[in-house]
Design a protein around this ligand. Structure first.
Ligand code: ZN
Length: 601
């Protein structure tokens, strides 16, 4: 027997077989049952969701020998003729190839004659939005006052292209895309009947690629069966559809977790080289991150995740590597590039840039926490506290935490200055980590980020504190973390917190050192002091530097954000306590510099 594609072979012949459009079926069958048949119907919706099929079933329902009936028999002469497309009273016209006014005039001419044998004369016009404007105008009059027993059934994928005057004369039905589950169920039935062996995961993949269109999904199924025969494996589905498998996705997300930009880009190249579709890959990746978020947010993620396709254990493992903020941001980055890729002439480049962006995503700072911290610092009187001339190093470990004295040395001291000091004198930072640990914290300790993430798992609020901290030392004996200020030290230096940090280090590095905390300013300054025998510098100790907060040489008088090499010129926050000392003339001159203009009075 001649091969017939699934979409035709399995085309529904009764309303009860039409899946996914229950409200429409109900309205149409009720109309038939009560004899309230309109003159014109418009079926709109995406391709392959059953519009033309519904129109044909409707034509059969009207003309069935035992009808009009909501369930046509599909056996009588009329039903068979309509099914085979050779009934003279049911005309199916392709709007895409009969667009002109002459074609419509033919229809109108023909309409006046009575039916040959059927009860109703039915005109099914597919892709009706393709008709020209004059063709639509020619139809208007007929649609308004059609002869009795004539029914127009229009089908379109683009309803917005149809003139309002036509729309208002039709009963309109919006066909919905099919859900993945509905499509899988239908394909299962087809495969069972055809003797095709296919696993659930493969069906899910096909349904996903079908994107709501049953006809697309059935065509894909045919394609997969043509590729691999009657025993379909998931590998065959991936190869035939140009999608990547879960293993590749898993490996990619592992790369994102490790922030390994090089490996990720290599993987993208590999996917392209293997002839896979980057759009599909991006779409699958979006879904993957959605699943990671679901795993992170829900107690029973298996209810919300397609477990046939996904590896839940891998998702649970990977979800631990990310902060929820990061997952949200990554999801957004991918969603945006998915749209961009559709319009880009260089979709691969766009995707690669997005991949690089993924490796750079960090959790948001906790704004409430930051505000609270700023308020406390302000309340503790920043300007009044003199800089600590000796700059004694204060360390707090689990044992000595009681001795730490928060607020002892200028808590309001702006941190920017220390950064400047350290950058200007790399030797200072080098001395700080004399025992072989690298300066700058993170570069020397690739595990530090993972440790931080591990800590955030248990103590989400630590993200604020640790974001401003540096790891000075990490070995099996000791882990020394430098914090930004004494307030943070007081908050973190509790035994339970130190234990949590120790546990996080153990989870990542497999050793549990003693955790020591230090405060940034005093440590750096003290060492600086001892090594160089220079007097400590503070933002308030100007030492001949006379940068007003509004640098007149800068861009329109705004503070210049100087490059690091020029950091001496950077206006530090502490300087903002100074404007009171400016003379009135200076203030006016500043205003003129910023806003322009002249002094009138
Ligand atoms: Zn019939």
């Amino acid at each position: 027997m001649e091969f017939q594609v699934s979409a035709r072979k399995w085309r529904p012949q009764k309303f009860s077989e039409l899946i996914g459009q229950e409200p429409i079926v109900r309205t149409l069958t009720n109309a038939i049952r009560s004899g309230r048949i309109s003159h014109s119907y418009l079926f709109s919706g995406t391709r392959g969701v059953g519009k033309t099929t519904a129109a044909r079933i409707f034509a059969k329902a009207l003309n069935c020998a035992g009808g009009p009936t909501p369930e046509p028999c599909d056996q009588c002469e009329f039903c068979v003729e309509i099914r085979e497309g050779r009934n003279v009273d049911v005309l199916e016209i392709d709007g895409a190839s009969n667009t002109g006014v002459a074609d419509v005039r033919d229809i109108i001419e023909n309409i006046r004659y009575a039916t040959a044998a059927c009860r109703y004369k039915v005109y099914i016009i597919d892709e009706v939005h393709m008709l020209s404007r004059s063709a639509f105008n020619a139809l208007l009059k007929t649609l308004e006052e059609p002869p009795p027993k004539v029914v127009f059934l229009f089908a379109t994928t683009e309803q917005h292209k149809i003139p309002e005057t036509i729309l208002s004369r039709c009963q309109r039905f919006e066909f919905k895309p099919l859900s993945q589950r509905q499509m899988v169920r239908q394909m299962e039935a087809i495969c069972k009947h055809e003797g095709i062996q296919i696993d659930q995961a493969s069906l899910e993949e096909i349904a996903k690629t079908g994107a709501g269109s049953m006809r697309d999904a059935q065509s894909l199924l045919d394609q997969v069966v043509a590729f691999s025969g009657r025993e379909v494996t998931s590998g065959a589905v991936e190869a035939a559809l140009g999608i990547v498998g879960q293993k590749v996705l898993e490996r990619f997300v592992d790369g994102v977790a490790q922030r390994d930009a090089g490996a990720l880009l290599e993987q993208v190249q590999e996917i392209v080289a293997n002839g896979k579709d980057l759009h599909f890959f991006c779409r699958d990746l979006i879904e993957y991150f959605r699943n990671l978020l679901v795993v992170k947010a829900c107690k029973k993620p298996e209810l919300l995740i397609n477990v046939y396709v996904c590896n839940l254990d891998a998702l649970k493992r990977q979800a631990k590597s990310f902060h929820p903020d990061e997952l949200h941001q990554m999801f957004r980055v991918l969603s945006r590039v998915e749209t961009e890729m559709r319009f880009s002439s260089l979709p691969q480049a766009a995707f690669e840039m997005a991949v690089l962006r993924l490796t750079d995503v960090r959790p948001f700072r906790d704004i409430d926490g930051l505000l609270e911290k700023i308020n406390r610092l302000e309340n503790s009187g920043p300007a009044s506290a003199p800089p600590d001339p000796t700059g004694s190093t204060r360390m707090a470990s689990g044992a000595h935490r009681g001795q730490s004295e928060p607020g002892h040395s200028a808590p309001g001291r702006p941190p920017a200055r220390e950064d400047i000091e350290l950058k200007k004198n790399p030797s200072v930072a080098g001395e700080t980590s004399a025992e072989g640990s690298a300066p700058g914290g993170i570069p020397g300790f690739p595990d530090w980020e993972r440790i931080q993430r591990e800590i955030y798992e248990k103590k989400p609020r630590f993200s604020v504190f640790l974001a401003q901290s540096r790891l000075l030392e990490l070995n099996p004996n000791a882990a020394c973390i430098e914090l930004s200020d004494p307030y943070t030290l007081a908050l973190i230096g509790k035994e339970e917190n130190l234990a949590a940090i120790r546990a996080a280090i153990e989870a990542v590095c497999h050793f549990a050192p003693e955790v020591k905390l230090a405060v940034k300013s005093s440590t750096a300054t003290a060492l600086h002091d001892r090594q160089n025998a220079n007097p400590p510098r503070s933002p308030f100790d100007k030492g001949g530097r006379e940068d007003p907060p509004f640098n007149k040489g800068g861009l329109g008088g705004f503070p210049v954000s100087a490059p690091e090499a020029n950091s001496e010129e950077k206006s530090v926050p502490g300087d903002y306590n100074k404007p009171a000392s400016k003379s009135e003339t200076e203030i006016i001159q500043d205003a003129l510099d910023i806003f322009g203009g002249i002094v009138i009075r």
